[in-house]
Ligand binder design. Structure first.
Ligand code: MN
Ligand code: MN
Length: 306
């Protein structure tokens, strides 16, 4: 029986690259493992896989009865729908501890670092397994993505160290330049349907029983949203209604100015305003210095909804 490795729903580069890297490690350790994904890859991930010569993992959404290893989340809302019927043998993650439970003992690799792939690097080191050049390349790119090229407050020394070591293995002389190239790919939003943009990096959260969806778009210049901001606002309003959510928020993150504009669709905007202690103007607010959904947005909202 094969072991299936998957990251979270609406996969990002960390979810995809960690699944590939963990699958390789498990195979090297003699466990037949298959990297999977729960949905289509985004343009940034496509760029990374193409650069290092990988195909996207297989799409798999049903895991009942299967040995499964989860990467980049422990939130039930982001795991496969039938995950509680699967046999979860391991997790690797760098988010707050979620509500996934297991029926058998598992290996849990969870650390407060900037990227799951930083922890996957530690797994390779722990088992003393050599990381192939191309796998080192995608792992390094995932870390650059999750840490916003080291700018995110989630970035730790372990992340910069891992990038340095992975870059040496991959033969990449200047990782930051490759990071900027990735974020330029990410910033190309022209011609993309509005709903695709809203959903590109979207996560639902259960905040004390309240459903809150939060999307994020990271770009090198917020001006690219000037002409579509009203459409984005209209669409998150629609998404809120469709999904019976209390709120849908969209973070438009400017990685150069190092801050985010928050677009708000909410049944109770005052909750959002109290979370950030700021008032919204026309359903928008600027959050200076905010780059990380997980560290600078979710905890404050969870507190406001508690
Ligand atoms: Mn992720
Ligand atoms: Mn991650």
């Amino acid at each position: 029986m094969a072991l299936y490795i998957t990251g979270h729903k609406i996969p990002d580069s960390d979810s995809i690259c960690s699944a590939i890297a963990v699958a390789h490690l498990k195979n090297a350790l003699g466990i037949e493992a298959v990297a999977c994904k729960q949905g289509e890859i985004n343009p940034e991930t496509a760029f990374i896989l193409e650069k290092f010569g990988f195909e996207a993992p297989v799409t798999k959404t049903i895991y009942a009865g299967e040995d499964t290893f989860i990467t980049d989340t422990t939130d039930l809302a982001l795991c496969p729908d039938d995950i509680l019927d699967a046999n979860v043998v391991g997790v690797v993650d760098h988010h707050k501890l979620g509500d996934l439970t297991t029926s058998t003992p598992l290996e849990a690799w969870i650390r407060p670092v900037g990227c799951s792939n930083t922890i996957v690097k530690e797994m390779y080191d722990f088992y003393d397994v050599e990381i192939p050049k191309d796998i080192a390349g995608i792992m390094m790119c995932a870390i650059l993505s999750d840490t916003v090229i080291f700018k995110s407050p989630t970035c730790t020394k372990a992340d910069t160290k891992a990038v340095k070591e992975l870059a040496a293995i991959a033969g990449i002389e200047n990782p930051k330049d490759l990071g900027m190239e990735m974020f330029k790919v990410k910033s190309a939003v022209e011609g993309t349907p509005i709903r695709d943009l809203v959903m590109r990096d979207f996560k639902d959260f259960n905040m004390s029983g309240t459903k809150v969806g939060i999307g994020q778009l990271e770009v090198v210049d917020l001006a690219i949203f000037d002409t579509i901001k009203e459409e984005l606002l209209t669409d998150i309003q629609a998404l809120k209604t469709e999904g019976e959510r209390h709120s849908v928020l969209l973070l438009l993150t400017d990685i150069m100015k190092e801050g985010s504009e928050l677009l708000i669709a909410s049944d109770e905007s005052s909750k959002i305003e109290s979370a950030f202690q700021k008032s919204a103007e026309d359903s928008k607010m600027w959050l200076d210095g905010v780059l990380s959904r997980k560290k600078q947005v979710v905890p404050f909202l969870e507190k406001a909804f508690r």
